[in-house]
Design a protein around this ligand. Sequence first.
Ligand code: GTP
Ligand code: ZN
Length: 339
Amino acid sequence: MTNLTLSDLGWSDHFARQLEDGDAPARVAEIHRTLLVALTPDGPVKLMAPSGAGSFAVGDWVGMRDGAARTRLAPRSQIARRAAGHTVSRQLVAANVDSLGIVTSCNDDFNPARLERYVALAMAGDCLPLVILTKSDMVDDPAPYLAQARAISPLVVAMALDARDIADAARLEPWCKPGQTLALVGSSGVGKTTLQNALTGGAEATAGIREDDAKGRHTTTHRALRRCRAGGWLIDTPGMRELQLTDTAEGIEELFDDVTDLVARCRFSDCAHETEPGCAVRAAIETGDLDPARLARWRKLEAEDRHNSETLAEGRARGKSITRRNKSIQRGARRRKGD
Ligand SMILES: Nc1nc2c(ncn2[C@@H]2O[C@H](COP(=O)(O)OP(=O)(O)OP(=O)(O)O)[C@@H](O)[C@H]2O)c(=O)[nH]1
Ligand SMILES: [Zn+2]
């Protein structure tokens, strides 16, 4: 037994409506090769996954019966790597993430173009983009960084803090109160672990569970859905840690809706916004309604997004396994990281 209620776990009417009679709800906390560990008010349970453990994400709600995760309840939000092609394929990273904490530091890591991509990723998944600027103690004034982050979109909430200062880190608690789930993304070394330890009390960071892998060895994994001191949840998975930006077309459209509105008004549907007559984009630049730097950022994101989608589509055409495909995207994304 735990003292957690379903609503403590993040349950809501959205899920209740989907639950079939005879199924009980459980929230996925860990995904192993052939089974899931899920949290319920009666404690953690191990569930078989007849449809394959890969069709679930940490944070998912499932309908369970007879020791198996029978159905995946449609999430309210999710972080996914998307691949547009003839058929849309996606690799789920996490589900039911209310807020995506995009962690970057106030110094060398700060890169508005990359921030923009993460914000697009959050929006594509219906997660609130929360920009967390760490190492505020290492700059004289974090205000210019905050201003740049907030300029990305009116939906962005940005805060600067010293992640090592528990009281400062506690300013994130509104995003991980009861029923709320937060996930953190960002480059290595920006302070994600420091923040997680502050928010969860750090106790679970080392509390691994042991599972026999296929070769009979013990592998240690840690719980990917972790309880925060404030009563909510923090998702920390290798997938989240390694997350690089791939196909985020929807989010880019949403983030740059001013640009895409203009594009829709160009005379030619295939306008390259270079020298074509009747180009609404160039007209807006001339009148000062559109910042050329914003157009340049949109072009870059769009081009990268297209490139990634094509890479995925080609990989699929060659019948590569999903694993190999993602590895190659990650390699490509890593090469681009320094841009
Ligand atoms: N001065 C200062 N140092 C910080 C701050 N946040 C993190 N650090 C330090 O930066 C280093 C890296 O922090 P981590 O929390 O391990 O970073 P991470 O993002 O988890 O890195 P990975 O585990 O590699 O993904 C540690 O030495 C932290 O103490 C901050 O706000 N100010
Ligand atoms: Zn145009």
